[in-house]
Structure formats: structure tokens, C-alpha cells
Design a protein around this ligand. Structure first.
Ligand SMILES: NC(=O)C1=CN([C@@H]2O[C@H](COP(=O)(O)OP(=O)(O)OC[C@H]3O[C@@H](n4cnc5c(N)ncnc54)[C@H](OP(=O)(O)O)[C@@H]3O)[C@@H](O)[C@H]2O)C=CC1
Ligand SMILES: C=C(O[C@H]1[C@H](O)[C@@H](CO)O[C@H](OP(=O)(O)OP(=O)(O)OC[C@H]2O[C@@H](n3ccc(=O)[nH]c3=O)[C@H](O)[C@@H]2O)[C@@H]1NC(C)=O)C(=O)O
Length: 338
């Protein structure tokens, strides 16, 4: 693959890049080989222009947001890795507040659904660039007395990754808050509403279309920041056992039907890996099933992607043997993995 034309284009746009650059520092796992090319973009016009340049020179690219839901191959990535750090946001004054649907209500029993701070009369729409990290955004918004993200406190995802995966915190899904989004689709910018995404558990239509989220218009709450701060603190505390050098929960929790059929007290896949499969603490190379929460694999220092994959396969094998359930891993794989 020749990168010369792309390099010339990026240079003329003033976008700096590195060759043969390690991807691991841009992921929460801290695992992965080198990218042939890697650039860090700081604004939406840069993100837009970089993708257009890749398309016109037929160079594969991959966007990394928080890098919190990916496992990067030990062989790295052939193409351009784009680290998205576009972080502007603005309140859209007088924007119409649409009726929104909830993935949570479609999936869980209504009485189980936790909604963020019930009193939501004073709604506000905020347009947010896709590269900002959720904790940074939450804190900046709380400073101007806007709440609504507290159930996602402590999740190191960006707005783009959270949309792509329909991130959840408790039983609130990120897509539940999206009024509209601005996507880059085949070189064109388009506005789409919540319905377009077909949000489900760890799913949006972006898995099929490969469009890029430039920004999202979120319906948030004007006020209640004091209560929101307390709730955010509570969720951060609840997650204190979860390891940092990981990619979140590796598998979906059980469905209500699976849980009932197996007679387990919780749908938590962490519970199953720990108490049913007895695999908590199992280690392959530098990868370990976390002692803090067994749905996480953690990098104890020098784990490779191969180590993590072997551990994932071991969990899948034991799960199938003991419960008959075929587990699907929920993380995205980047580059060539065996
Ligand atoms: N509940 C929890 O405690 C935790 C949850 N998570 C989950 O991790 C997710 C990952 O977020 P993040 O770390 O930012 O994502 P990542 O950087 O890990 O990227 C994950 C995927 O999101 C896609 N993506 C990233 N940015 C964009 C964008 N602007 N437009 C379209 N697609 C994009 C990429 O797909 P591609 O380039 O192929 O389009 C990639 O495959 C969250 O949604 C959350 O669900 C993670 C950790 C903990
Ligand atoms: C980390 C993620 O989200 C996490 C989120 O952080 C936590 C917040 O409490 O709630 C979910 O975990 P979870 O369903 O395992 O909830 P927890 O409250 O941690 O555990 C539920 C029950 O399982 C038990 N449990 C959990 C882990 C474990 O190793 N052993 C165990 O016995 C716990 O004791 C508890 O009784 C999300 N997981 C999924 C797949 O929905 C993610 O999606 O990446």
C-alpha cells in the first residue's frame, strides 16, 4: 500500500501524523502493535477532511475514540488510525425537544429501568463533538448546571464510541438521550434522528453502515447538578473494583430468559464466569480474568492480544460446555487477529 498521496494531502491540510506508531497507548487495554500511520485530530473539520482524504486515496482508516472497547492486533493496523479528540460543545438555544425512545424500556421490565433523575421538565439540547470523553463532558456540563450523564460516570468512552455501541450505564442507554446526530456518510454530512440508529443492546446501525459520528445533539437537563454529582460519585464507587487496563465487560449479560432458565440470581456474566465457571483469576500470559469483576480481562503488564483472545476462547468453551450458551464478545477487534 502506498501512503504517499495521503501523506501529501494530510501535510497540505496541516494535519500532523506519525509513521509506524504504537496504538497501545491510545487504548485502555494498552495492547496492540503499530499503525502504519496515526494522526490525532482536534476538531470536526479535521476529522471530516482526514476521512475524505483517506477515501479519495483508498487508504483504510479506523477511528479510535476512548479506545475503551477495542482489542488491537499485536501486528498493528495497515492504514491510518485516527484518534478523535474533537471536543467542542454548544447549547442549542430554542431547539425543539423531540419524543425519545428508550432501548432500556424495550429490553428490561419497566419497573427495573433506572431513569436519570426523574424530574426532567427543564430539558436542553446540547450539540457535542464526537471526540470528547464522557467524564470530561459530564464535568464541564455540571459546571454550567446541566445534568443527565451521571449514570455513565467513570466510563472512558467518547461520544462517538458511545453512540456506535449504544453505551449503557445502569439501565440507561446513551442512545436514549440522542435527539439528532450529524454523520459523515459517503463523503456527505447528514442529519439523522434517533430512530435512524435502530439502537439496541450494544448495537447501532453504524455497525452496518460504517458512517462516522461527527456530533450528537443530546437531550439533557437544565439543573439538578448537585443531585447529579452525588449520583455520579455513587456510580464511580460502584465501579471501583473494575480494572483500568481492560476493555470493559467482554460479553453481554444474560437475557432475562437465559437467566430464568438457568435459575441464576443475576443476569451478570461476571457472576457466571466467577461462580458458575470458576474462572476468576485465570491467567494466560499477561492477561487475567479480573479478581475485581470476572466479566473483565485485565492486562497485568505485558499482555498481548493473543493472550486476551486465548482467554476469551477459554471462557466461551467453558460456557458452552456448562450452560449450552454461545457467548458473543462485545468488543471490537482492530487489525488482523488469529
Ligand atoms: N459500561 C462500562 O463500564 C464500559 C463501557 N464501555 C463501552 O465502550 C464503548 C466505547 O467508546 P470509545 O472508547 O470511545 O470507543 P472505541 O475507541 O473503543 O471504539 C469502539 C468503536 O466505536 C467506533 N467509533 C468510535 N468513534 C466513532 C465515531 N466518531 N463515529 C462512528 N464510530 C465510532 C469505532 O468504529 P469504526 O472506526 O469501525 O467506525 C470502534 O469500532 C462505549 O460505548 C461503551 O459501551 C467501555 C468501557 C467500560
Ligand atoms: C462494565 C460494563 O458494564 C457493567 C457495569 O459497569 C456494572 C455496574 O455495576 O453493571 C453491569 O455489570 P454486572 O451486571 O456484572 O453488575 P454488577 O453489579 O457488577 O454485578 C452483578 C452481580 O454479579 C455478582 N458478581 C459480579 C462480578 C463477579 O466477578 N462476581 C460476581 O459474583 C455481583 O456480586 C453482583 O451480585 C455492566 N455490565 C453489563 C454487561 O451490562 C460494560 O458494559 O462494559
Amino acid at each position: 500500500m502506498s501512503y504517499q498521496a495521503l501523506i501529501e494531502r494530510l501535510t497540505s491540510l496541516g494535519i500532523s501524523f506519525q509513521r509506524d506508531c504504537p496504538i497501545a497507548p491510545h487504548t485502555t487495554f494498552r495492547i496492540g502493535g503499530e499503525a502504519d500511520l496515526l494522526c490525532v485530530i482536534e476538531s470536526l473539520p479535521e476529522l471530516h477532511d482526514t476521512i475524505i482524504a483517506c477515501n479519495s486515496h483508498h487508504i483504510p482508516y479506523k477511528i479510535i475514540g476512548g479506545g475503551s472497547n477495542i482489542l488491537v492486533s499485536d501486528k498493528g493496523y495497515r492504514g491510518l488510525i485516527i484518534i478523535n479528540k474533537a471536543k467542542d460543545w454548544e447549547i442549542l438555544e430554542d431547539a425543539e425537544i423531540p419524543e425519545l425512545k428508550s432501548t432500556a424500556l424495550a429490553r428490561h421490565r419497566a419497573e427495573d429501568v433506572v431513569t436519570p433523575l426523574e424530574e426532567r421538565q427543564n430539558k436542553v439540547i446540547v450539540r457535542i463533538a464526537s471526540g470528547i470523553k464522557i467524564p470530561t463532558l459530564m464535568n464541564q456540563l455540571l459546571k454550567v448546571d446541566i445534568s443527565g450523564l451521571e449514570l455513565f460516570a467513570g466510563i472512558p468512552a467518547t461520544v462517538g464510541g458511545a453512540t456506535y455501541m449504544n453505551m449503557h450505564g445502569a439501565k440507561l442507554f446513551f442512545g436514549d438521550l440522542i435527539a439528532q446526530a450529524q454523520l459523515l456518510s459517503n463523503g456527505e454530512v447528514k442529519n439523522v434522528s434517533q430512530e435512524y440508529f435502530q439502537f439496541d443492546y450494544d448495537y447501532s446501525i453504524l455497525h452496518e453502515t460504517q458512517e462516522t459520528v461527527l456530533s450528537c445533539d443530546l437531550v439533557l437537563t437544565q439543573g439538578q447538578s448537585k443531585e447529579a454529582k452525588a449520583l455520579a460519585k455513587e456510580w464511580i464507587m460502584k465501579k471501583k473494583n473494575q480494572p483500568q487496563r481492560s476493555a470493559g465487560c467482554l460479553f453481554h449479560n444474560l437475557t432475562n430468559e437465559q437467566q430464568e432458565k438457568l435459575g441464576y440470581p443475576t443476569p451478570s456474566i461476571g457472576y457466571v464466569i466467577d461462580k458458575v465457571l470458576g474462572l476468576k483469576g485465570k491467567t494466560i500470559g499477561g492477561a487475567k480474568i479480573s479478581e475485581g469483576h470476572a466479566a473483565f480481562i485485565e492486562n497485568t503488564g505485558k499482555a498481548t492480544a493473543e493472550d486476551v483472545l486465548k482467554l476469551i476462547n477459554e471462557i466461551k468453551k467453558q460456557m458452552l460446555l456448562k450452560t449450552g450458551i454461545v457467548l458473543q464478545s462485545e468488543i471490537e477487534f482492530v487489525g488482523e487477529l488469529n
